[in-house]
Design a binder for this molecule. Structure first.
Ligand code: NDP
Length: 281
């Protein structure tokens, strides 16, 4: 039976560490880290996510600059707002909550955030740096996943990792980070011919698709580490992942739950990125 990789507990530990670093640093004259959260429109899930991020921000002693704009905000007004934040020396990290309302150009908006304040790690400069294996602000969810895998004690060197999903925010960057740690990585997607066969060969599975229980329990290799990024809402309102947790737990050595796995670590890494942007460490 798999052991649970408790992202909630790990995230709380990370936040505690950040809080004491912030209080010590500020006492020693370093600036109080500041994160700007920019929310456009009225998507209910986005409001909930931003609320969690703001709360976490305040908990560790960061300043939070919160901006809410209506869903009919023009591209030009949004870019102006971002430029204001880019120029504000108290703001070290900028988070633009996605998805943006229809009509706004997401790629242009993400590129408008100064790369040095890109707390989400989505700017093409930072994604390019990651591809080259250079230090940069890296995307939060993959950073959180790497911390979780570290917690399992698995040495990735020479292991076979399978990533299901190839988005710019999860699938591609986590594939690069696993590769950096010397895993042999396959990236699967909707056109993959035999997903089950790919997953069956994996020592580490990262599922980031957004389809409830796409990854079946009997696909999991005995002893594999299973990281479930997916967040899917079932008809009864409950949340579930991309992996059939119950069946996969019978074969995996370690597995993340949904909720309480990758999600909390994503927010913890957002804070960690903001600190890095503020203090350059
Ligand atoms: P995207 O929708 O951007 O990407 C989904 C990927 O899954 C695509 O690459 C797609 O392939 C692939 N896919 C779709 N159907 C299949 C299939 N049948 N077999 C194999 N691959 C398939 O999603 P995101 O990466 O943004 O998010 C993925 C999930 O993770 C979502 O549930 C999201 O809510 C969750 N998430 C959770 C976070 C957290 O903090 N816990 C953070 C970010 C996301 P193709 O490219 O061919 O279309």
């Amino acid at each position: 039976m798999a052991q649970i990789l408790d992202g909630k507990a790990l995230a709380s530990q990370v936040r505690k560490e950040l809080k004491s670093r912030v209080s010590e640093g500020v006492q020693n004259g370093l600036p109080q880290p500041g994160l700007a959260t920019l929310l456009v429109g009225d998507d209910p899930a986005s409001h909930v996510y931003v609320k969690f991020k703001r709360r976490a921000c305040e908990e560790v002693g960061f300043q939070n600059f919160h901006i809410e704009l209506p869903s009919d905000t023009s591209q030009a007004d949004l870019l102006d707002k971002i430029e204001e934040l880019n120029q504000n020396s108290e703001v070290h990290g900028i988070l633009v909550q996605l998805p943006l309302p229809k009509g706004l150009d997401e790629a242009a908006v993400l590129e408008a955030v100064a790369a040095t304040k890109d707390a989400d790690g989505f700017h093409p400069m930072n994604q390019g740096a990651l591809m080259q294996g250079r230090q940069s602000l890296r995307p939060c969810t993959p950073l959180g996943i790497m911390r979780i895998i570290e917690e399992s004690g698995m040495d990735l060197n020479g292991k076979k990792a399978v990533v299901v999903g190839r988005s710019n925010i999860v699938g591609k960057p986590i594939a690069l980070m696993l590769l950096e740690k010397h895993a042999t990585v396959s990236v699967c997607h909707s056109r993959t011919a035999d997903l089950a066969a790919e997953v069956r060969a994996a020592d580490v599975v990262v599922a980031a698709v957004g389809r409830a229980h796409l990854v079946q329990g009997d696909w999991i290799k005995e002893g594999a580490v299973v990281i479930d990024v997916g967040i899917n809402r079932l008809e009864d309102g409950s949340l579930t992942g991309d992996v059939d947790f119950e069946e996969a737990s019978k074969r995996a050595s370690w597995i993340t739950p949904v909720p309480g796995g990758v999600g909390p670590m994503t927010i913890a890494m957002l804070l960690s990125n903001t600190l890095k942007a503020a203090w350059g460490e």
